[in-house]
Write a protein that binds this ligand. Structure first.
Ligand code: G3I
Length: 346
């Protein structure tokens, strides 16, 4: 066994003595051995077609999130049509590889099919549209998908409720009803409110915490809060720590749900990877993981990176620039960022 694996196994096994869930079965020296589930948002086409991608996911992760396969537009392209193939493939892959599946996402203002964005029904028809989608999807995956991002990104960056089609046609309390519909369809599923920007500052973060706190105090079936944490090398550690620790103060499960650490926040066209960038990224991953690892074990739902390797990150397309935000490089090899995660787990 390579020295790295011995070190990693030692580091992780000493941390697994805590009350956290027992590490899943895995190859020695992988993130599967962490005290809480570490996962990735996965692309079903790459799972099917790319053996190297599939090997990293299988070896390292005991939680997978559907990057796109469970979004409204993917599952429900026409009013009377559901397309389950890709999502069912992901669920089967997870079952065969002893990984849990986190469902993403039932209600979002993005990735909606045209029949929804153009829907002309009255409020009752809109309510039926929302309830039918949620309960059909959650019902289909009942017993296979253990948790859901029920509502994603309902809070705008100014702290107000985003003026989405859902708010427009269903009123501001659609969020609560979405959770109730999901819970009715699968009472065992853990239901999350997911958003980005907790680390930007107090404006959006406070609005999110007020929302989830209100839902919880009303007895709405919400179990967790997802912090996307699409962050970068410029984000101050204090902001990241505030995001994670204030989320835990809600008393809910905390999921770092879409972690990546972009290293080209200035979107410099000619930026090249360097050991300096690698070390800075390692430190940022280590800080985030150690801050999360310090939360009460009962609240550590897990930590999920968004995508698997730098070769498949959404960030490059989003910024139209070079970037290297993930713990695995373009050749599917572990980066110093991976070592930062391991160090943060001890
Ligand atoms: O599958 C179609 C393909 O048939 C079509 O030819 C092509 C061109 O139009 O589009 C393809 O769909 C794209 C899809 O990704 C699958 O590749 C959509 O256009 C594209 O908008 C979609 O982007 C995804 C984005 O969410 C919007 O849904 C990204 O892959 C995904 O990484 C990103 O993930 C989001 C989370 O869900 C929420 N948090 C932020 C995060 C990053 O934006």
């Amino acid at each position: 066994m390579p020295l790295r694996s011995i070190l990693l196994a030692t580091l992780l096994l000493t941390s697994c003595g805590s009350k956290g869930p027992q590490p899943g079965p895995s190859a020695p020296g992988s993130l599967r051995e962490a005290a809480f589930p570490i996962g990735a948002a996965v692309n079903v086409n790459l799972l099917r077609s790319n053996a190297a991608y599939r090997e990293v996911v299988t070896r390292e992760y005991r939680s997978v999130t559907a990057e796109n396969a469970m979004k409204f537009r993917s599952l429900h392209p026409d009013a009377a049509t559901y397309t389950w193939t890709d999502a069912d493939y992901l669920v089967q892959f997870a079952r065969q590889n002893n990984a849990r599946v986190h469902g993403h996402t039932l209600v979002w203002h993005n990735s909606l099919p045209a029949w929804v964005t153009n829907f002309q029904g009255d409020s009752a028809a809109w309510e039926n549209l929302l309830k039918t989608h949620i309960q059909t999807v959650v019902g289909h995956f009942r017993g296979q998908v253990s948790s859901w991002d029920v509502v994603n990104e309902a809070i705008a960056e100014d702290g107000t409720l985003r003026p989405s089609v859902w708010r427009q046609h269903l009123g501001p309390d659609y969020v609560a009803r979405a959770f109730q519909y999901a819970h009715q369809a699968d009472p065992d599923a853990k239901l999350f409110y997911n958003d980005y920007g907790h680390e930007f500052g107090p404006t959006k973060r406070t609005a999110i915490l007020n929302l989830v706190g209100s839902l919880k105090s009303r007895g709405i079936p919400i179990h967790g809060i997802g912090l996307q944490l699409h962050t970068n090398s410029n984000r101050a550690d204090a902001n990241l720590a505030a995001a994670i620790t204030t989320a835990a103060q809600s008393g809910l499960l905390v999921h770092i749900s879409e972690l990546d650490v972009a290293m080209n926040p200035g979107k410099t066209a000619g930026l090249t990877w360097s050991s300096a960038l690698a070390e800075a990224q390692k430190a940022k991953y280590q800080f985030i993981v150690q801050t999360y690892n310090a939360l009460p074990a009962a609240q550590r739902f897990g930590l999920t990176t968004w995508n698997v390797t730098d070769a498949d990150t959404w960030v490059r397309g989003d910024c139209s620039c070079p970037d290297w935000p993930l713990p695995f490089d373009d050749h599917y090899q572990r980066k110093p960022a991976y070592d930062g995660i391991v160090a943060g787990l001890k």
